[in-house]
Design a binder for this molecule. Structure first.
Ligand code: APR
Length: 310
């Protein structure tokens, strides 16, 4: 392949992302993890599936960063995942240290890469990677909105018994309980769901979306969601690798857009070969604006917590 993506963290999200990247023949893949043998074993296992899955992507596993040299994209999934009873925010002190360390090592070998952050708490980890990398803001992007809107789309599909392919959904804000699903921009074949689903059911779907991650955690009991998070990260990577310029909801560093200053938060962005090529500003109702500001305040609290952690 002429493109190269490194996935840091060969756990559930990272290994699933590696599988999807390879099976879509988007790039060669390097898997990196601190666990001795795990990234090597998973890369070899995926390589042995290649003849059956019919792809020619090369997969390599490593515990150090030399193999990641000159990656086009680095997807960071390293860290701990939450268990039942934990919020994403409970992961902050452990994962901040990990993301800081990982980012510095990545940058040393791939100074031109685009970073896709997946580790939680997502918006705060974007800040850690942004600061540790010194990269321009267009090359650090967080995966949250694509996942949250995919969940919303899945629930709308179940509600109306229509194909997921006919459904678009919009979610703004931080990747947490304060996220802001926007029903009037969520459509079935272009028709807003507000015309198709009664308000009380929309409220229920919005609530289920905001708690979508927790629902999976409570079912799995030993970890958090990974199939949908991996799909979301790979959709973002594909848009960048193929310069598709998809408009996707992602965590981006805002400097005044939506009236928000110096904060990573989920907004619609154009993703192409330069990373975030544009931030799309839509006009919000007063209620939507208030919900976004509430979400921004929650992300700001996490950013302040990071400062206290040093
Ligand atoms: N460098 C590289 N890899 C690391 C490091 C490090 N410093 N620290 C931990 N890891 C690895 C672990 O060894 C593990 O293999 O990160 C991997 C995490 O995998 P899982 O525990 O399976 O977690 P996963 O479900 O993949 O979630 C990873 O993504 O969605 C988020 O909240 C989730 O923050 C979590 C992250």
């Amino acid at each position: 392949m002429d493109k190269k993506v490194t996935v840091v963290g060969a756990g559930n999200v990272g290994a699933t992302a590696a599988q999807r990247l390879a099976e879509k023949e988007l790039c060669d893949v390097v898997l990196i993890d601190i666990l001795d043998g795990v990234p090597q074993g998973k890369a070899l296992d995926l390589t042995e599936a290649a003849p059956i899955e019919k792809h020619d992507a090369h997969l390599t596993g490593a515990n150090t960063y030399e193999a990641s040299k000159d990656s086009d994209i680095v997807i960071i999934t390293a860290g701990i995942a939450r268990k039942p009873g934990m919020s994403r925010d409970d992961l902050i002190s452990t994962n901040a240290g990990i993301i800081n360390d990982v980012t510095k090592q990545i940058v040393a070998y791939s100074p031109e890469a685009i970073l896709i952050i997946v580790s939680n708490p997502l918006d705060a980890m974007c800040h850690v990677a942004f600061d540790a990398s010194g990269f321009p803001k267009n090359r650090v992007v967080g995966m949250a909105g694509v996942l949250d809107s995919a969940r919303f789309r899945a629930f709308i599909s179940m509600e109306l018994n229509v194909s997921v392919e006919s459904i678009h959904a919009f979610v703004l804000g931080g990747h947490g309980d304060t996220m802001v699903p926007l029903p009037r921009f969520s459509t079935v074949a272009g028709i807003p769901i507000t015309e198709l689903i009664p308000q009380d059911r929309i409220d229920a779907l919005v609530d289920r979306t905001a708690n979508g991650g927790a629902e999976i955690v409570s079912l799995l009991k030993t970890g958090s969601a990974y199939y949908a998070p991996a799909s979301a990260a790979v959709e973002m990577a594909e848009s960048i690798l193929k310069d598709k310029k998809k408009i996707l909801p992602c965590a981006a560093y805002l400097q005044g857009e939506y009236g928000i200053q110096d904060l990573f938060i989920g907004v619609p962005v154009k993703l192409g070969s330069k990373g975030i090529e544009d931030i799309i500003e839509i006009s919000l109702t007063d209620t939507e604006k208030a919900a976004l500001m509430n979400s921004a305040a929650a992300v700001q609290d996490l950013k302040d917590d990071l400062k206290k952690l040093g």
